[in-house]
Write a protein that binds this ligand. Structure first.
Ligand SMILES: *[C@@H]1O[C@H](CO)[C@@H](O)[C@H](O)[C@H]1NC(C)=O
Ligand SMILES: *[C@@H]1O[C@H](CO)[C@@H](O)[C@H](O)[C@H]1NC(C)=O
Ligand SMILES: *[C@@H]1O[C@H](CO)[C@@H](O)[C@H](O)[C@H]1NC(C)=O
Ligand SMILES: *[C@@H]1O[C@H](CO)[C@@H](O)[C@H](O)[C@H]1NC(C)=O
Length: 462
């Protein structure tokens, strides 16, 4: 695995690559490697076309298209380009001082409905382009609209799932993005939004009214002191979810926790916007408070039986870390090398959302989420129909549930910071791949291969 060192920084890439190879080669744990050559362009994202098995990789100033055997087919140079934070996304005045600026890939996603690749980078206030999947050097469209984070470290999560105007037949781009500072160009970028994928309104907020629409923002007073870090996003049974780390309260000195953020896909006003804490707590009370990575898939029959669900139901695999005690413990978003894997059924997650929503709609407690809008007492409604599919109303919105989704770790690892997770089921068994970095200076990766047999975890280092 020496070539892993050359593969770059992004820890989320390897397990997926390994998985791809396993699936494609279906013969033992062979791993092809992709060496990007001399430039050392750090790699950020990797996606695999489920039909063609072509692999797309986004890095700093580069996009790559690779064959299923990981041979390089196309390289696109996306930066550096002359840019400035003072420039709007379109038509920058000649008088603004511009510098050669790196373009860090922040999002890479395949739009299967229209067979195209969507790639977004930090340049020009964080814009996206649409490319031909067969040859990504062909740019079909570039839209000068700020969508993703405009700096290299602020988080961005995007995924495509059903959304307005006519879900499930129409799809939109769900975007979760960390606030990166105030400016005329960035302050209108919502924290969470659904953006159109229709040609004539590409990447515009899918539905926009004066006070509502498919978007939600942290209020302008809280933005600078209430960062939300987006870790993962997925779609399941009519809802779109984001996983985040953020402070429990918007007051100073509030501990960091992990949260599930959810909107109903059939909600063009985001009335259904709800947050519920996600916890991974050991038997002895040790909390692994910071989610680092996640993956949603169907379970093998072993895990389905264990979770009491059907093999068709979705399962969320999530790796967590404890906050670094040297940085103030849970007051810090900095992870320590103490990790845990927790596994949740979407069935139990849906139920917990429903309980939190029902509680508020029966008039109990406060709405919460005062970093979005003032937290008012929950309004009692006579509504009898709040089931798991409840899609929101213009009361009790947005809603911050107090009752967390809790699981015990399947495995814990001391002295290790897990930063990636992927899973696959081979019929009966569920195989989980865990990725980790060891040491901040040396880019050496270790990968754990984990078989879940009941509660016992077998690790193989490879
Ligand atoms: C992709 O398109 C470019 C520009 O048209 C062309 O030079 C290149 O040969 C194409 N590559 C592949 C693999 O089709
Ligand atoms: C991102 O945008 C913010 C707000 O405009 C600006 O202050 C910051 O300098 C930008 N970052 C980069 C790397 O351009
Ligand atoms: C990106 O923006 C965030 C939020 O403003 C800031 O904390 C972070 O330091 C910035 N990163 C870089 C590399 O400028
Ligand atoms: C609690 O349990 C975790 C995981 O099993 C273990 O790593 C940790 O050392 C335990 N902590 C205490 C205080 O016993």
């Amino acid at each position: 695995m020496a070539s892993a060192k050359q593969f770059g920084d992004s820890l989320s890439i390897w397990p997926l690559l390994v998985l791809t190879s396993l699936c494609l080669a279906s013969a033992g744990p062979i791993v092809n490697t992709f060496n990007e050559g001399n430039g050392g362009h750090r790699l950020q994202h990797l996606v695999v076309d489920k039909h063609s098995a072509l692999v797309y990789v986004g890095g700093v100033n580069r996009l790559y298209q690779l064959s299923p055997e990981l041979e390089r087919q196309v390289t696109v140079e996306t930066g550096p380009r002359e840019d400035s934070p003072e420039c709007p996304a379109v038509d920058c005045l000649g008088s603004v001082l511009k510098r050669p600026t790196d373009n860090v890939n922040k999002a890479l996603v395949i739009d299967y409905t229209d067979t195209r690749l969507i790639a977004c980078g930090t340049l020009y206030q964080g814009i996206c382009s649409v490319r031909n999947l067969k040859n990504i050097s062909e740019e079909l469209m570039e839209v000068r609209e700020p969508v993703v984070a405009n700096n290299s470290t602020a988080t961005t999560v995007v995924f495509i799932a059903p959304g307005p105007p006519n879900p499930p037949s129409t799809h939109v781009l769900y975007v979760g993005v960390t606030y990166t500072g105030n400016s005329p160009y960035r302050s209108e970028v919502p924290a969470v939004s659904s953006r159109s994928l229709a040609r004539h309104e590409m990447f515009q907020i899918a539905k926009m009214e004066v006070t509502t629409g498919t978007r939600i923002s942290v209020n302008s007073l809280s933005r600078d002191r209430y960062p939300i870090h987006y870790v993962y996003g997925f779609s399941s049974e009519g809802f779109s979810y984001f996983l985040t780390t953020q402070m429990r309260e918007s007051t100073n000195n509030s501990p960091y926790i992990s949260k599930l953020v959810r909107v109903c896909q059939d909600d063009r006003d985001y009335y259904s916007y709800t947050e519920v804490p996600l916890e991974c707590v050991a038997e002895n009370g040790t909390r692994y408070n910071l989610i680092q990575a996640a993956y949603v898939d169907k379970p093998g029959s072993d895990l389905a039986a264990e979770l009491g669900i059907r093999a068709q139901d979705d399962v969320l695999f999530a790796v967590f870390a404890q906050s670094d005690p040297a940085e103030g413990g849970e007051m810090s978003n900095r992870p320590a090398p103490r990790s845990a894997l927790c596994v949740y059924s979407l069935k139990s997650i849906r139920r917990k959302f429903m309980h939190n929503i029902q509680k508020c709609f029966s008039g109990e407690g406060h709405r919460g989420l005062d970093f979005i809008s003032p937290s008012l007492p929950c309004v009692h409604t006579k509504l009898q129909t709040i089931g798991e599919d409840f899609c929101g109303l213009d009361v009790n919105t947005p809603l911050g549930g107090g009752e967390p989704v809790i699981e015990r770790p399947v495995c814990t690892m001391n002295n290790v910071l897990l930063t990636a997770v992927a899973a696959t089921s081979t019929g009966d068994f569920t195989v989980v791949f865990l990725g980790t970095s060891k040491g901040h200076l040396k880019k050496v990766f270790y990968f754990y291969f984990l078989l879940l047999f009941g509660n016992i975890c077998f690790f193989t280092l490879f």
